[in-house]
Each structure stands twice: as C-alpha cells, then as structure tokens.
Design a protein around this ligand. Structure first.
Ligand SMILES: CC[C@@H](C(=O)O)C(=O)SCCNC(=O)CCNC(=O)[C@H](O)C(C)(C)COP(=O)(O)OP(=O)(O)OC[C@H]1O[C@@H](n2cnc3c(N)ncnc32)[C@H](O)[C@@H]1OP(=O)(O)O
Ligand SMILES: [Co+2]
Length: 144
C-alpha cells in the first residue's frame, strides 16, 4: 500500500529533436517529407531553446535549437554535432502527482515543473532512469 497517488501515462505529445539550425531542419521536414510546419520558430529563453513544431497525424516533432551556450541543447550538440532525437514527451493528467510518484519510486526528476512550449507545466526525468532516454512529462492541456 502506497501513501500517494500513482500517475497515469498519457499520449505521446511530441518527440524533441535537437538541431544546430532550426531553419535547415524546417526545410528538411517540409521539402523532403512534405510535413506541415506549425507557425514560426519562437524563443523560449527560460528553457534555453528556440522552438518550432512540425505536425504529424498522431503527434508532433519539436525542433529545438540552443538559445545560447548555456542551453542543455548546446551540451547535447557538442556530443552530437549533427543533432538528433533528444527527448520524448508524454502527457500526464497532473504533473505534481507524477513528480511525487516518480520520486517515491526512486527516479531522478530534474528540477521543479516549469511552463513549457504548450503553456502547461513540464518536467524531465533523467535518462539514466529511463533506459538511456530523456523523458519529458507534460500536464495535459485543458482543451485536449
Ligand atoms: C521547448 C521547451 C520544452 C518543451 O516544452 O517541450 C523542452 O522540450 S526544453 C528541452 C531542453 N531542456 C532539457 O533538456 C532540460 C532537461 N535536460 C537536462 O537537465 C540535461 O540536458 C541532462 C539530461 C541532465 C543532461 O545534462 P548533463 O548531465 O549536463 O549532460 P551530460 O552530457 O553530462 O550527460 C550526462 C549523461 O546523460 C546522457 N544524456 C544527456 N542528454 C541526453 C539525452 N538527451 N538523451 C539521452 N541521454 C542523454 C549523456 O550521454 C551522459 O551519459 P553517460 O555518458 O552515460 O554518463
Ligand atoms: Co519538449
């Protein structure tokens, strides 16, 4: 018997893809794959990234370029200069429930929840606790 609520895994919201050039990546997805680009790239300095979303029928690709040298994406690109798959993001119904549940199970939750690109709280789970994959959890938007 646990003394806290268990979280529930929701839908795959997006796959985060690190890139040294968001403009080149947009052209690649649009021209090679015929993908629909959602709006224009925008800056999220608090997250250290410049972002643009690519639509697919069942999820989105989140293209992320470093905002500055202190960005987590800058560190990733130093090891992977061409860029590549950086994280997957799953929705959860309640971010605080998810954080408490994961911590109780011994997972390394990176920092406190903060507002992400979709306007709802997000938090990251360290890849060492997720089989080598960086996982973002995002509270499901109210309109979904
Ligand atoms: C657009 C906004 C937002 C949204 O709304 O969607 C975002 O998605 S923002 C995305 C960018 N933000 C983040 O990534 C924040 C969370 N990330 C971190 O805190 C760090 O990047 C990290 C995961 C803790 C890694 O940082 P650090 O420990 O400084 O890097 P190292 O290079 O020393 O790596 C340690 C260890 O982890 C492996 N690693 C690093 N990044 C990844 C990754 N993306 N996927 C898988 N594994 C990764 C790295 O290889 C090292 O492993 P070992 O060598 O085996 O120790
Ligand atoms: Co993301």
């Amino acid at each position: 018997m646990t003394d806290h609520a268990a979280t529930t895994l929701g839908r795959l919201n997006h796959v985060g893809v690190a890139t040294p050039s968001i403009e080149r990546s947009i052209a690649l997805y649009r021209d090679l794959l015929g993908a629909t680009v959602i709006g224009e790239p925008f800056d999220l300095p608090a997250q250290g990234v410049k972002v643009c979303f690519i639509d697919t029928p069942n999820t989105q690709i989140e293209l992320i370029e470093p905002y500055d040298d202190s960005s987590p994406i800058a560190g990733f690109l130093r090891k992977n200069p061409a860029g590549g798959q950086h994280h997957v993001c799953f929705e959860v119904p309640d971010i605080q429930v998810a954080v408490a549940d994961l911590k109780a199970k011994g997972a390394t939750v990176l920092g406190e929840p903060r507002i992400g690109a979709h306007g709802t709280p997000i938090v990251f789970v360290h890849p060492k606790d997720m089989g080598g994959m960086l996982v973002e959890l995002m509270e499901t938007p109210a309109h979904d």
